[in-house]
Ligand binder design. Structure first.
Ligand SMILES: [Zn+2]
Length: 422
């Protein structure tokens, strides 16, 4: 449809007929068996009749397919539902067999890598953390560090690598989920590194890699405030400004599989220089390094003896709390730019909810009521309830939990979808 320079070439479009040529849904429907399993997993524990009702299927199919799932060791029957008045036997419920599959979720960072061991029901069985040096690593160094982290995790949990079905991992930067290529990351010394395949070879396991913000969004979809929402956005501020978007209950990664870059949307023509090399990006006004840049001046620090952005930012925050007006104006200005970014998200996607999520939600100036009020002031009033904004300050395992959801989803597709062996 498009030539190598991106120009539209209509020669491929048939001249007869009308309407979309591609099938209605680009994503194949999951087999009913998998839908039953996922309904039970989402409920935790549920009666077969409730599964039948929520999927709109016949009791006969539900009975046959759940019997198959039980025989294959993915579901089990438990007594756990309250006895109905006047009835004899307590009703039997279905639940996932937790150790039917185990996965590992990993978050790479410039301070400490973290990992969680998660069972098929989504329970975190163990976690581990490993401090790392803040300089950029080669592919080999990264693979070695991840292998050490996983070894620590599994030995702590007394679990053998042979019991693991897949590994999910995430890091900041441009990550192609499909190929496992890291096109660019602040953690890696080179561009275009095949980190996913390299980790897969090291472990002899399927490894699923994604951008941090996407994994954080999966954490909200699987374990957090996004569970009951079909369309929501997650915005996170760490070293940069990340965003993930769920549309129709699925993570939206864009046509190139890399994801959304809210941090590099432009909020100012010819504005502040961003670390991506371009000017006027949202990140250049809101991210840690942007605030730290201004903090050096506000705190009158010696530029020849620079502190880490993290230390600088913590000092700036303490100063703002203590009433230092110039420190406060830095946070307030960053908050106004964040309002602008959030208002653009609302106008573009009309999400049910925006979740401000991540590990570093302590800089509450960025999430103050004024920021939300300004976001609403910058959004068209259409008479409806404005898009709610929720703030989630998770612990630092949230990213690794999101990575484990990435692996769980893939393992579920493999075991109960295409790869089903009765
Ligand atoms: Zn940028």
């Amino acid at each position: 449809m498009y030539d190598s320079e991106g120009r539209r070439n209509d020669a491929d479009v048939p001249v007869t007929g009308c309407g979309p040529i591609l099938s209605v849904s680009a994503t194949p429907l999951r087999p009913l068996r998998q839908q039953i399993f996922e309904t039970v997993r989402a409920a935790g524990r549920t009666a077969r009749a409730d599964v039948t009702r929520s999927l709109g299927i016949s009791p006969g199919s539900a009975t046959t397919l759940s019997a198959e799932l039980i025989a294959a060791g993915f579901l089990r029957e438990v007594e756990g539902l309250p006895r109905e008045a006047g009835r004899g036997r307590p009703p039997v419920a279905l639940e996932v067999v937790p150790d039917a599959r185990l996965v590992v979720g990993i978050k790479l960072s410039d301070r400490a890598h973290t990992a969680v061991l998660t069972d098929f029901a989504g329970n975190v069985l163990a976690n581990a953390s490993q401090p790392t040096q803040p300089h950029r690593k080669t592919l080999e160094q990264t693979v070695t560090e991840v292998a050490e982290l996983v070894a620590t995790l599994l030995s702590g949990a007394q679990c053998d690598l042979s019991r693991i079905s897949a590994v999910g991992a995430g890091l900041s930067g441009l990550v192609n989920h499909e190929s496992g290529m890291v096109l660019w990351s602040p953690l890696l010394s080179q561009r275009d590194l095949a980190l996913g395949p390299a980790l897969s070879r090291r472990f002899g396991l399927p490894v699923f890699l994604d951008n941090d913000a996407n994994n954080l969004t999966l954490a909200e979809l699987w374990f957090g405030a996004g569970r009951a929402r079909s369309d929501f956005a997650v915005v996170t501020i760490e070293e940069g400004v990340g965003m993930g978007l769920v549309l129709g209950n699925r993570l939206f990664r864009g046509s190139r599989g890399i994801g959304l870059e809210l941090g590099h949307t432009k909020v100012q023509l010819d504005g502040a220089l961003c670390r991506c090399g371009k000017r006027g990006c949202l990140e250049a006004y809101v991210a840690d390094y942007a605030l730290a840049r201004e903090a050096a001046t506000a705190l009158d620090r010696n530029h020849n003896n620079p502190q880490s952005p993290k230390v600088m930012l913590e000092t700036l925050f303490e100063q703002a709390k203590a009433g230092n007006e110039s420190a406060r104006t830095i946070f307030r200005r960053a908050g106004r730019y964040l309002s602008l970014g959030l208002a653009n998200v609302v106008q573009l996607f009309d999400p049910e909810l925006i979740i401000l999520s991540g590990e570093r939600m302590q800089y509450d100036y960025l999430y103050a009521d004024e920021v939300i009020a300004e976001m609403r002031a910058l959004t068209l009033e259409d008479g409806r309830v404005p898009c709610p904004v929720e703030i989630h300050a998770w612990g630092d395992l949230v990213w690794a939990r999101g990575a484990s959801a990435l692996a769980l989803g893939a393992v579920t597709d493999q075991a109960l979808g295409d790869g089903w062996v009765a």
